[in-house]
Ligand binder design. Structure first.
Ligand code: ADP
Ligand code: ASP
Ligand code: MG
Length: 410
């Protein structure tokens, strides 16, 4: 008999009918004698609804109070699921993150899990209960409620699986696995039977929101067996995240998937003096304002000046432009700062890149053939990312998906 942590996302618990379906699936595993910890998200749309409410009161809602409020979405679904299980004569108990004591740091709205007190869960399991835990939330040292960032229930699931040394963490969602790209954008996308942990980490960090990146990080750190499956299908193996690379090069696809991200904005400082320390003078105040920078490009200098571009999260665009105009530009004596938030990042990901040359040139050729201009490029060992005009993003994803044969079964 095994211990499973199952996580059900917002769509999967989007109505009482669907919650009853989840209960039926859990009951099936329970009847087979397995131990079950079930993590649920808020009903789909609920977290957004709550955030909108808060913004009707405060344009920038107080983070502590926002977390007190948005954590209620998950408190509703755990209770409903526990009720649905009891209706099926399954012993069940629901808990909020604070009740379990999922200890986090105090970074409201994006807290990190530090420690999980799993004793109560273990004793409930021993007593034959299904334990239902609210995703997305925890509590800090000073007993403040915290939340883990959008999509954070995935991380609750994986962290619980790590703490309990579960046999498998199953992420049930509205697709039946990890696809070569988001099937909502490319209908020809295919389900992958397996994906390596490194590839999944890149996909998640490059914008594939099917798993929260911290969930993937946790799985890597504690070697949690992690599987993504559909909550709407009775059967199906989903996609397993693996920790070993496929050493049979012939079987290894060069590219495993394509990720994209609209959440970025690009900023360029024109005519920055080209001498030591300027990059620091520009990015230091940005970092001090706790703004993360993604891609960075500096041009060759002419006349002793250079153009310096970087990207930030779109929600930080106005803030960053303000800092540059007020604090940086007058200080370093650059000519101007320009920027735009109508960009998107498109990335091809695959461990097979390590052993194949020419992937970047193929990617650039395919985009050129469609007349898509590349504004920025960045690479790592297993990914190539380009920034393009947002209006070409979907086209870029589709043509790359086809060019790299991702629509064909391997
Ligand atoms: P949940 O509410 O269950 O957490 P999410 O909406 O967070 O579900 O994640 C599932 C969605 O992720 C899918 O509906 C799909 O549109 C999207 N997605 C993006 N990239 C991928 C991918 N590579 N494979 C599968 N789904 C993806
Ligand atoms: N309910 C939260 C959100 O919408 C957490 C989650 O669903 O994972 O982001
Ligand atoms: Mg999600």
């Amino acid at each position: 008999m095994a211990l499973f942590v199952q996580k059900y996302g917002g769509t999967s618990v989007g109505s009482t009918e669907r919650i009853k379906n989840v209960a039926r699936r859990v009951a099936k595993y329970y009847a087979q004698g397995h131990e079950l910890v079930v993590v649920v998200s808020a009903m789909s749309g609920e977290t957004n609804r709550l955030i909108t409410l808060a913004k009707e009161i405060q344009t920038n809602p107080d983070p502590r109070e926002l977390d007190v409020m948005v954590s209620t979405g998950e408190q509703v679904t755990v209770a409903l699921l526990a009720m649905a299980l009891k209706e099926l004569n399954v012993k069940a108990k629901s808990y909020t993150g604070a009740q379990v004591r999922i200890l986090t740091d105090n970074a409201y709205t994006k807290a990190r899990i530090l420690k999980i007190d799993e004793d109560r869960i273990r004793s409930d399991l021993k007593a034959g209960y299904v334990v239902v835990v609210a995703g997305f939330q925890g509590i800090d040292e000073a007993n403040n409620i915290t939340t883990l960032g959008r999509g954070g229930s995935d991380t609750t699931g994986v962290a619980l699986a790590a703490a309990l040394k579960a046999d498998e963490c199953q992420i049930y969602t509205d697709v039946n696995g990890i696809y070569t790209t988001d099937p909502r954008i490319v209908p020809e996308a295919r389900r992958l039977k397996t994906i390596t942990f490194e590839e999944m980490l890149e996909m998640a960090s490059l914008g594939s929101k099917v798993l929260q990146i911290r969930a993937v990080e946790f799985a890597g750190k504690y070697k949690v067996k992690l599987r993504v499956l559909s909550s709407f299908e009775e059967e199906g193996e989903g996609t397993l995240i693996t920790f070993e690379e496929n050493h049979n090069i012939m079987e290894q696809a060069v590219i495993s998937g394509i990720a994209f991200n609209r959440d970025e904005a690009k900023i360029t400082i024109l005519g920055a003096p080209d001498h030591p320390g300027v990059a620091y003078q520009i990015l230091g105040p940005v970092a001090d304002a706790n703004i993360g920078v993604d891609m960075i490009i500096q041009n060759v200098s002419h006349d002793g000046t250079t153009d310096f571009s970087f990207t930030v999260n779109r929600s930080e665009f106005t803030n960053t432009m303000g800092i540059l105009k007020d604090k940086i530009l007058p200080h370093i004596g650059a000519r101007d700062v320009i920027g735009g938030d109508k960009i998107a990042k498109v990335s091809v990901v695959g461990v097979g890149m390590r052993s194949h040359a020419g992937i970047a040139s193929k990617m650039f050729r395919v985009l050129a053939e469609e007349g898509i201009n590349i504004q920025m490029i960045s690479t790592s060992e297993i990914k190539i990312s380009v920034v393009v005009d947002e209006k070409y993003m979907e086209l870029a994803v589709r043509v790359l998906h086809k060019a790299f044969d991702l629509d064909r079964a391997q």
